[in-house]
Design a protein around this ligand. Structure first.
Ligand code: NOJ
Length: 537
């Protein structure tokens, strides 16, 4: 199948897409430097297409000092030589389209790299100059301006302000960075900033990309008064009236971007990375003239508990129905502890992760699968400090391990590292026991996590009941989630705990299509197990 240049009749593709999240530096390494790259991705596209997904999302591959694994972009219109060239990118897009895969790239608009020409110019300019006006420079407080302008903190630990040395050598102004100091925040009230990003969108749209994942989509607008937080807000997800998260002003930016995307044929799309807790607030990003989809992080964060999961599913569906947008489910990504480990680790964590996959892939809307999730990879928790690269680790003095444990390069084949990842080495060490988890090993095993994902993604494509649409819950007991989707599909997930909770019932007239684990005698569903079934009307 080829991706059509125009939109096919019927629902737009992004309303129920299965999208595979490629963390480029850890996917496949073609040139042998231990870091994944675009030619590596290209060499493995057939694997991705074979999973039965509709698109890939690529994490940032732009020129970058890599202070935050590429989320510190020095040039938004090129490819970092470590990851390849623009020609490699074009070839990758061509091949992906040829295999029926659309391509979503990552856009990082909240901050640039400190090495971006704009920030270098800002440092070389005098306070108050136009070059500083693209960022958020402020005078410090207290005697000599020696204290930061306010008490905001960086997501990676420590203050959100860094003081610069002025060109004349004197201690100078401070600039805002909600992430690492190497990631200065842009000022989105500046018209030059807005124009530049619209131009960057067009640059990649002209190269044929099908969409953008918007980094920190809830962070672009800041309260111009820059008030102290003064302990008024807890850490974590965005909260109402926060001075720098989820402010109303961000929505104008996305309305403008939507106009840019809509001017291109083929259903170009935006997905928001917005850590916004309130589903009604999140839905505002998906109003008809704004973005298309947004990751549902409440679902990802929900504990293994039937009531909690059902509540987040219901709240999301209801809030998004109000704006006509489809939900977008996600269980893992390159920023969070891998699912198997989050659900308790070991055999039980794996059973839950398998069950969660069937739940996610049968809910109404779209779903993202993070590379390695389809292999049931666990978090690597014992990486030595000296190999860790996430700035969180360093900035918290090791108090937080950071995100490297979910970013370890994929095991493809063979019995020892680098497990076919590339010709030589891996930027983070792979555990030796991943020999049992390689793609090659799992592809040959019908009981593997990979086989489960493949079967589920294919059924998702085949069954008219799956994808976009609605669900109807069926009451099946306190620890059980059961729902029907028409025509004729049902899903039951037993979220109970051994040994106290009971097995769940699968309807007597059901034909089981797929189960995440063995069923009990009499077809009952053990705890931490999910089943898909059909019924004939
Ligand atoms: C979210 C990205 O997913 C994460 O990896 C990054 O560190 C921050 N945004 C800052 O860009």
């Amino acid at each position: 199948m080829r991706v059509a240049a125009g939109e096919a009749p019927g629902a737009p593709w992004w309303r129920d897409a299965g999208i595979y999240h490629v963390y480029v530096r850890s996917f496949a390494d073609a040139d042998g430097d231990g870091l994944g790259d675009l030619p590596g991705v290209r060499s493995r596209l057939a694997y991705v297409a074979g999973l039965g997904v509709d698109a890939i999302w690529l994490n940032p591959f732009y020129p970058s000092p890599q202070a935050d694994a590429g989320y510190d972009v020095a040039d938004y219109r090129d490819v970092d030589p470590r990851f390849g060239t623009l020609a490699d990118f074009d070839e990758l897009v061509g091949d992906a389209h040829g295999l029926g895969l659309r391509v979503i790239v990552d856009l990082v608009p909240n901050h640039t790299s400190g090495e971006h020409p704009w920030f270098r110019a800002a440092l070389a300019a005098a306070p108050g100059g136009a070059e500083r006006g693209r960022y958020l420079f402020r005078d410090g407080r207290g005697p000599g301006g020696g204290a930061p302008p306010n008490d905001w903190t960086s997501t990676f630990g420590g203050p959100a302000w860094t003081r610069v040395t002025e060109p004349d050598g004197s201690p100078g102004q401070w600039y805002l960075h909600l992430f690492a100091p190497e990631q200065p925040d842009l000022d989105w009230t500046n018209s030059e900033v807005r124009a530049e990003f619209e131009s960057i969108l067009r640059f990649w749209l002209d190269r044929g990309v099908d969409g953008f994942r918007i980094d920190v989509a809830h962070g672009l607008a800041k309260d111009p008064a820059m008030p102290h937080l003064a302990g008024r807000f807890g850490p974590g997800l965005a909260q109402v009236h926060h001075p720098h998260w989820d402010r109303d002003e961000v929505h104008e930016v996305y309305r403008a971007w939507r106009r840019v995307g809509d001017a291109y044929p083929g259903g170009r799309t935006f997905v928001a990375e917005a850590w916004v807790h309130d589903p009604a607030q999140l839905a505002r990003y998906l109003r008809p003239d704004e973005l298309h989809t947004a990751f549902n992080f409440n679902f990802l964060l929900a504990p293994w508990d039937a009531k909690a999961v059902r509540a987040t599913v219901d709240q999301s569906i209801e809030a998004l129905a109000g704006v006509g947008a489809p939900p977008t489910w996600v269980l893992s990504n390159h920023d969070v502890t891998r699912t198997v480990t989050r659900y308790g680790g070991g055999a039980e964590g794996l059973r839950r992760a398998r069950a969660a996959a069937l739940l996610m892939l049968s809910l109404p809307g779209g779903a993202y699968v993070y590379q390695g999730e389809e292999l049931g990879l666990p978090e690597v928790t014992d990486l030595p400090g000296e190999v860790r690269q996430d700035p969180t680790f360093r900035r918290t003095g090791g108090a937080e391990l950071g995100r490297d444990g979910c970013r370890v390069p994929l095991p493809w084949s063979g019995d020892e590292p680098p497990f076919g990842f590339g010709p030589d080495g891996t930027w983070l060490p792979q555990p030796a026991d991943w020999a049992d988890l390689t793609v090659a090993r799992q592809a040959a095993d019908p009981g593997s996590v990979l086989s489960l994902y493949r079967a589920a993604l294919r059924l998702r494509r085949q069954l008219p009941a799956l994808g976009d649409g609605t669900l109807a819950w069926v009451e099946a007991g306190e620890d059980v989630l059961a729902f029907r989707r028409e025509p004729g599909f049902g899903c039951v997930v037993n979220l109970g705990d051994e040994p106290t909770d009971r097995p769940a019932e699968v309807p007597a007239d059901a034909t089981v299509l797929l189960a995440s684990g063995p069923l009990g005698a009499g077809g009952q569903l053990p705890t931490a197990t999910a089943v898909w079934y059909t019924v004939t009307a």
